[in-house]
Design a protein around this ligand. Structure first.
Ligand code: OAD
Length: 241
């Protein structure tokens, strides 16, 4: 399928789900987790930063590392891919953005209906009492003295309450799912495009690397960078409208 045929699907779709991963923010200068030379899980040992036990053991380094990432994502700007996704939301009758990203760039680009599966770096919270906290110098909860952590989902932890159920419902009722910039390796998020496929939706994968992506008769691959493909898709879909 060509970008023109995908644009026609998008123009006709009544219910669209956009599903994103770190690749959508790569062109804003946010490193991905696995796909670049400076990918985060190559830079640091995942066990000492992204598992609750390792995070507790690796203090204060792990706290500082997340604090630096939180500062970095505030400094960078949304890119053309984030903006195109916000534009799709304004055009489509029923829309949901399901993101694995924790960088807040979708919201800053104007996306409104955003379901965050893995939390967000906007704030920290306490391991013990769950109180939210700003990014202070030391990881000590003001309310109870417990250990602070980023408000993101670590490995072995549950996703936010109801998040997968909402994503599933939207995936099972959409006409078209666009999966953008995710390696599609982390469960349970990997289920989202599968739910859509099983319910008969069209699924379009936008990524420079198609390994580990869903396959099937209704899957289309648009190979390349999100910041190039998505604005082009939106331009073609909504030309003359
Ligand atoms: P990954 O780092 O695993 O994958 C990034 C994907 O983006 C890869 O498939 C790249 O090919 C693709 N990519 C790179 N540059 C791109 C570009 N300019 N345009 C489009 N695609 C591009 O990131 P995620 O799939 O988001 O979890 O990883 C999933 C989860 O693993 C994350 O949410 C995080 C991580 O551990 C938690 O923090 C819980």
């Amino acid at each position: 399928m060509t970008i023109e045929s995908v644009a026609a699907l998008l123009r006709d779709a009544k219910r669209v789900l956009v599903f994103t991963g770190a690749g959508v923010s790569a062109e804003s200068g946010v490193p991905t987790f696995r796909s670049d030379a400076n990918a985060l899980w190559r830079e640091v040992d995942i066990r000492n930063f992204a598992y609750p036990d390792g995070y507790r053991r690796n203090q204060p380094d792990a706290w500082r590392w997340y604090g630096q990432r939180a500062a970095k994502v505030r400094e960078v700007m949304p890119n053309a891919a984030h903006e195109a996704i916000a534009e799709i939301e304004r055009r489509v009758p029923e829309f949901l953005l399901v993101t694995q990203n924790i960088d807040n760039l979708h919201q800053r680009a104007g996306s409104k209906k955003v379901l965050e599966l893995h939390g967000n770096l906007r704030e920290a919270r306490c391991f013990d009492c769950d109180a939210r906290s700003p990014w202070v110098a030391d990881p000590v909860c003001e309310a109870c003295g417990g250990l602070l952590r980023p408000d993101v989902v670590m490995f072995e932890e549950e996703l936010p309450l109801g998040a997968m159920e909402e994503a599933r419902e939207a995936a099972e009722s959409c006409d078209l799912l666009l999966s953008v910039g995710t390696s599609n390796l982390v469960w349970p998020a990997t289920e989202v495009p599968r739910y859509a496929l099983r319910s008969g939706a069209d699924v379009v994968i936008i990524n420079p690397d198609m390994s580990a992506q869903p396959t099937g008769l209704r899957v289309t691959y648009l190979k390349g960078a999100a910041g190039a493909i998505l604005p082009e898709l939106v331009r073609i879909a909504y030309a003359n409208l």
